[in-house]
Design a protein around this ligand. Structure first.
Ligand SMILES: C[S@@+](CC[C@H](N)C(=O)[O-])C[C@H]1O[C@@H](n2cnc3c(N)ncnc32)[C@H](O)[C@@H]1O
Ligand SMILES: [Zn+2]
Length: 571
């Protein structure tokens, strides 16, 4: 795959349609290929929708008397005068821009920007090398300055890609002002440790929300980022519609449209919630910041009134285990996806030209799980954690899902965790099902210590007999039946977000990283065998932990992100 060009100290890397030359000091992370492949799929779908919406506007204008403008076919790699103006604000090698230019149909222009001189030299080389001067303009500027000088409606972009080191929040203010009405923001955050609750104070400083240490931390991270984008936009009379929100590996990535509309902005507080989480049994409760009440009038039967919720929605002690609550948030509590967009995106990735993407199996699997997710149910529990809290022998997922479905509730996985249980059943039903399971799989008597959640929860009898053993036809969702690639596989070498210092392509560093990673893997295998022979696996740790070590301790960020990931990788 990679030849080195020692004279210029450049490496040649091929990814998708692009062949790029990477200098020693310019950032390139091969692990992010999934991110780039997915972004190409999303942009291609968005481009089709954008063209359709333009055609509709033209049709309306033609009805009003303006002459119709002829519609032209859109072809990837060719300039489309009526197409997308894309800003890749933090471009590094220009790889993403080169791939967007080659692989996304309907592009008018791409501005590939970076603040680093060597990065811009690299972008210029790569644009020439890929013969894309007609589509890509390299730009040497601070992303913020560039966006602030592009806020005039004539200068705005149709799509802005923000793929920073760590958190993207400092770029959001410029992005929401320099995006066209209906334009698309593609935003990555890699500071997962912060978003997932390792330092709530740091998360509040960056994102304006307090995270909770929860098994649903990856979805909570998405919702914190989305809420931050929304509140940045509403300051300018604009609001956000999420098309797709993904938690993958060590990062999150959201694709949102930004629209202008004062009235829609007023609904914003009703799409955000505080989250109460019990410090004992981890049951959570969401409380919205605003509520919408129907207020029909003769002139407008659909009129609504904006109200303030009466709370708190929880008592000072948890109703299930009598412990106190932590309060986190606010988070975005409206859907993470747009159902119509998701449907169209799935059609896109089934097209012939998308089958060539290296990560297409994973894209298709992830999108299929997302399609099955309960979009109106924020956050989730995990099976291993629920059983861990009650020190119970693990209940098989299909049995738990069947019990919920037979009892009349809906249930799905979340793409963010293999053991997730997203359900519209109140958590009291989950505890009740586990009480019923406990009857045939009793907890050891010595576990029932006074004052613990186990004792409080098992103090009650199950209210009904749940149909655990009668597997419901919908218990096994199609994505699982078809054995799609639903969740990320075990991390590869030099897995992690990388930083300025660590992911400048350097063979020595990578080789050392791989060597150390292999060494650690061997050590972990030996330790695992020893644990197994002494029967030491706890019920919560039934499955082996995946090795997310990054070898030579490349960055603190990688290590902490791995620590966060570890909390959700045990099945
Ligand atoms: C994570 S890398 C981008 C990787 C790239 N999007 C890709 O897919 O390969 C972040 C880049 O942002 C650039 N950068 C950091 N701060 C910036 C700023 N204020 N304005 C423009 N570029 C900036 C860095 O020089 C670096 O090249
Ligand atoms: Zn509790």
């Amino acid at each position: 795959m990679e030849d080195s060009n020692s004279l210029e100290k450049l490496k040649t890397i091929r990814e998708g349609s692009a062949e790029i030359l990477v200098a020693e000091h310019v950032f390139y992370n091969p692990v992010q290929e999934f991110n780039r492949d997915l972004s190409i799929s999303v942009l291609s779908t968005f481009s089709r929708i954008y063209q359709r919406e333009k055609a509709e506007t033209r049709r309306k204008k033609a009805k009003e008397g303006d002459p119709p403008v002829e519609q032209v076919a859109i072809v990837a790699g060719e300039k489309c005068e009526d197409g997308l103006r894309i800003l890749e604000a933090l471009s590094a090698t220009g790889l993403r821009s080169v791939r967007y230019a080659n692989e996304v149909p309907g592009v008018k222009e791409i501005i590939a920007n970076d603040l680093s001189k060597s990065a811009v030299e690299s972008i210029e080389k790569n644009v020439k090398h890929n013969k894309l001067e007609h589509l890509i303009t390299p730009s040497f500027n601070d992303a913020m300055t560039l966006m602030y000088t592009s806020t005039h409606p004539d200068k705005r972009f149709t799509a802005i890609d923000l793929d920073p080191y760590g958190h993207p929040t400092r770029f959001l203010d410029g992005a929401v002002q320099s995006i066209e009405d209906g334009g698309l923001l593609l935003i990555t955050a890699t500071d997962m440790a912060v978003l997932a609750g390792n330092s709530p104070e740091a998360c509040y400083v960056k994102y304006g929300s307090v995270p909770l240490k929860t098994k649903a931390c990856h979805e909570m991270a998405l919702r914190i980022l989305l809420r931050c984008i929304e509140t940045t936009a509403t300051r300018y009379g604009r609001y956000m519609v999420p098309l797709l929100s993904i938690s993958a590996d060590f990062y999150i990535r959201v694709f949102v449209r930004i629209f202008t509309g004062q009235y829609a902005c007023k609904k914003s507080s009703s799409k955000q919630s505080m989250v109460f989480q019990c410090t004992g049994c981890e049951s959570f409760t969401l409380q919205p910041l605003g509520i919408l009440k129907p207020n029909p009038t003769e002139q407008n039967p659909n009129q609504i009134k904006f109200g303030t919720p009466i709370g708190p929605y929880v008592s000072s002690r948890c109703e299930h285990c009598n412990h106190q609550h932590h309060m986190g948030g606010p988070i975005w509590s409206a859907p993470l996806y747009d159902v119509d967009f998701l449907k169209e995106l799935l059609e896109t990735v089934e097209m012939k030209q998308f089958k060539k993407l290296t990560t297409i199996r994973r894209i298709y699997g992830t999108l299929s799980v997302i399609k099955e997710e309960l979009h109106d149910v924020p956050l989730y529990y995990t099976l291993d954690r629920l059983c861990g809290i009650l020190k119970l022998e693990s209940i098989p997922m299909m049995k738990l899902r069947s019990a919920l479905l037979h009892a009349g509730y809906r249930v799905s996985y979340s793409h963010a965790s293999k053991t997730s249980i997203k359900t519209d059943a109140p958590v009291s039903i989950l505890w009740d099902i586990l009480r019923f399971w406990q009857k045939s799989h009793p907890v050891k008597k010595e576990r029932l210590i006074e004052g613990t959640p186990i004792t409080a929860i098992f103090a009650k009898e199950p209210t009904v007999e749940y149909r655990l053993h009668d597997i419901h036809p919908d218990a096994n969702p199609p994505s699982r039946k078809e054995s799609l690639s639903r969740f990320p596989e075990n991390p590869a070498a030099h897995w992690g977000p990388g930083t300025r210092a660590t992911l400048m392509v350097s063979d020595n560093k990578m080789m050392k990283s791989v060597k150390n990673q292999n060494k650690r893997r061997k050590e972990q295998d030996i330790a695992k065998k020893q644990r197994q022979s002494s029967g030491g696996d706890s019920p919560e740790r039934k499955h082996p932990k995946t090795d997310q070590g990054n070898g030579d301790k490349e960055t603190e960020e990688v290590a902490t992100a791995a620590a966060v990931e570890e909390t959700t990788t045990c099945e």
